[in-house]
Design a protein around this ligand. Structure first.
Ligand code: NAP
Length: 288
């Protein structure tokens, strides 16, 4: 494989577009593809890279294919679509959040073409994607990670190999359970503060400096108290992730009560039409 790598990016949504931009800045992005064509057309023009006509054509143009799409069925559809363009030795890196079983299934489809697969879900939100400061949790062979590391490093401040294919997604599920609990804690606590008539900007500032300080409070606290819930991380996507976590927990015989409660509350918000808002929209159900 050449160094620097020729990478192609599929799925130019809230996360993918920024991730592709960071790869492009390092000179390693050769092509992009997106289901909604004009999105890819605009980004390809902005970055001076090829706008592939299909996932398979993109795969023929690059050494490494990166994907970041919504959910399990979307990933498998994209993997099926790109696989005719794969050649032995190529590596497909998936940054979507999906089930461990889906990652293994994707690896099988890619493996049937003689190519390699890494599940590499990310954390750090749209801000992390924009600033190239994502945390990437990787499942797959260490040698494959080393080959694609120069590309991943353009997007991440932290890259950790967790074990075999699927273990990146297993780690991401841990992350999503934490995010549910933190969202519950922050929205409930700020609603409690609001009910007491406290100045919430001051609450956030002083509490952030102590033991209860956290990323979500800093980044989403100031906006959620103003009723602004622009993603960020879409509530419907976290709902999808928590369903994955509950399925995994069931197999492990674990109840995950906070995750279950969050899933139910997200379900209510989605019924009310708030699925495309940031997960901090949970505050809608908590505020006095
Ligand atoms: P998003 O803004 O909704 O973008 C989704 C992307 O996937 C779009 O480019 C969309 O194409 C594409 N897509 C969806 N279904 C497809 C299909 N069947 N075939 C081809 N392309 C398809 O979502 P996002 O926030 O970027 O999230 C993407 C992934 O990263 C998700 O798995 C999410 O859980 C994960 N993630 C998100 C965050 C976050 O803070 N947003 C953080 C960490 C991880 P169109 O343009 O045609 O719709």
């Amino acid at each position: 494989m050449n160094s620097p790598l020729n990478a192609g990016f599929i799925g130019l949504g809230a996360m993918g577009a920024y991730m592709a931009r960071n790869i492009a800045q390092s000179g390693q992005l050769a092509a992009v593809w997106n289901r909604t064509g004009h999105v890819a057309q605009n980004l390809a023009r902005e970055l001076g890279v090829a706008n592939a006509t299909s996932p398979a054509e993109l795969a023929t143009q690059v050494d490494v294919v990166l994907t970041c799409v919504s959910a399990d069925a979307d990933l498998l559809a994209v993997i099926e679509a790109l696989s005719p363009g794969l050649k032995p030795g190529m590596i497909v890196v998936d940054h979507s959040t999906v089930a461990t079983d889906t990652a293994r299934q994707a690896a099988k489809i890619v493996g049937a073409r003689g190519a390699e697969f890494l599940d590499a879900p990310v954390s750090g939100g749209v801000e992390g994607a924009k600033n190239g400061k994502l945390a990437i949790m990787v499942g797959g062979a260490a040698a494959n990670l080393e080959k694609v590391r120069p590309v991943l490093e353009t997007m991440a401040s932290h890259i950790m190999l967790m074990g075999e294919v699927g273990s990146g997604q297993a780690t991401k599920a841990v992350n999503q359970i934490l995010c549910a609990g933190i969202n519950q804690a922050v929205t409930e606590a700020l609603a409690f503060g609001a009910a007491q008539g406290l100045e919430l900007d001051k609450v956030i500032e002083v509490v952030s400096a102590g033991a209860a300080g956290n990323w979500f409070l800093d980044e989403r606290g100031p906006t959620l108290i103003r009723g602004t819930f622009t993603p960020g991380f879409k509530l419907a996507l976290h709902h999808k992730d928590l369903n994955i976590c509950l399925e995994m927990a069931q197999k492990l015989g674990m109840p995950l009560p906070v995750t279950r409660m969050t899933l139910e509350e997200y379900g209510k918000l989605m019924e009310l039409g708030h699925g495309d808002e940031d997960i901090s929209a949970l505050y809608r159900l908590k505020r006095p």
